[in-house]
Design a binder for this molecule. Structure first.
Ligand code: XUL
Ligand code: MN
Length: 348
């Protein structure tokens, strides 16, 4: 594969992307790996950054006092510097603790909402120590199982209140909302990039609220992730990216990039290319998981393969016969345009 121009992209993954194969119907199928193992695996892959949940950065975070949390974050920063790996972002894990059982920022219980906001502020402090200004918010439980159990209009206000508290906590922090329409909830309150960018406008600092697109989440919303990319980038608001794949409207599969939808993946890469994604230092992150059947010897393949496929598609995007395609567009010969794309992808 020609490397030349494609080397401008920089890659990233999280510790959770080395998962052990557990699903709701069965236990782990691979041994757990240590954090150090994952860090050197990323290096071995040639990835340049790691993304973190707050408790990936500081395990058992809820049992530690603020001074201890910051001390451990500083130790982590040293380890990352030692390996030459950057911290891309920090995301508060607001879906695991008993306090977030009925939502985090939109919980009906004021005490639990306070927990969510305090924990988010702490995650911002961790981000500061790790040297990133990006806080990612996957709003996992901000929705409901039963529509009548929450007041959705009030929940918009609660979300804005929480975002404002985070923005005020640190004037340098940027918030990237990662929308997902469902799972674990029945329906989520911010299901698409349009929702994320719209709520940004209601905050005290719209310029510091942007988004992260995950391919699988867009597909679950019935959208084409490449349109989501173009939309977010038209606003200058695509600050991170979770490339992966998803076969239809099922549970969130986090398959290797392009595994199910090669053409959809190709169009995502074309959208990134035409908008210059990465020019402001953004990383290409793969939020992919090994299949449950993946053997321990193949622990890194889903990441290596996603990166290699991505780079191959960058070459496909750059060698796309634009002139020929434009002539077909001008002639409204979309029939042959369709074939041209297929033949290009097939290498014909
Ligand atoms: C969940 C998901 C998360 C976020 C980070 O579907 O994608 O891993 O990316 O919290
Ligand atoms: Mn994700």
């Amino acid at each position: 594969m020609a490397k030349s121009k494609a080397s401008t992209y920089r890659f990233c993954a999280g510790p959770w992307n080395f998962s052990e194969g557990r699903d709701p119907y069965g236990p782990e199928t691979r041994p757990a790996q240590s954090f150090d193992w994952k860090l050197s695996a990323l290096k071995e892959l040639g990835f340049e950054a790691m993304m973190f949940h707050d408790d990936d950065a500081v395990p058992d975070i809820d049992s530690k006092n603020p001074a201890q949390v910051l001390k451990e974050a500083k130790e982590l920063k040293k380890r990352l510097d030692g390996e030459g790996i950057a911290a891309e972002m920090v995301a508060p894990r607001l879906w695991f603790h008993p306090s977030t059982v009925d939502g985090a920022y939109t919980s009906n219980d004021k005490k639990q909402r306070r927990y969510a906001i305090d924990r988010s502020k702490q995650a911002i402090d961790i981000a500061g120590v790790l040297g990133t200004d990006l806080l990612v918010l996957w709003l996992a439980r901000e929705g409901s199982y039963l529509r009548e159990s929450k007041d959705a209009r009030r929940c918009v206000d609660l979300l804005v209140e929480a975002l404002d508290a985070m923005l005020a906590h640190d004037r340098r922090i940027r918030l990237a909302i990662e929308p997902k329409p469902n799972e674990p909830m029945d329906h989520a309150y911010l299901p698409t990039i349009g929702h994320a960018l719209a709520i940004a406008q209601l905050t005290d600092a719209p310029s510091r609220v942007g988004c992260l697109i995950e391919s699988a989440h867009a597909i679950l919303a019935g959208l084409d992730p490449s349109d989501e990319i173009d939309f977010a980038m038209a606003f200058g608001k695509l600050w991170s990216l979770h490339l992966n794949d998803q076969n239809g409207l099922k549970f969130d599969q986090d398959k290797p990039f392009a595994s199910s939808n090669l053409r959809v993946a190709f169009n995502q890469v074309r959208a990134l290319e035409r908008n210059g994604y990465g020019r402001n230092g953004e990383y290409v992150c793969f939020d992919v998981h090994p299949f449950r059947t993946t053997r321990p010897e193949h622990y890194l393949k889903h990441l290596a393969n996603s990166r290699d496929t991505f780079l191959a598609l960058v070459e496909k995007a750059r060698s796309y016969p634009e002139k020929e395609a434009q002539a077909l567009v001008a002639d409204r010969n979309y029939q042959d345009l369709d074939l041209l794309v297929l033949r290009h992808l097939l290498g014909m």
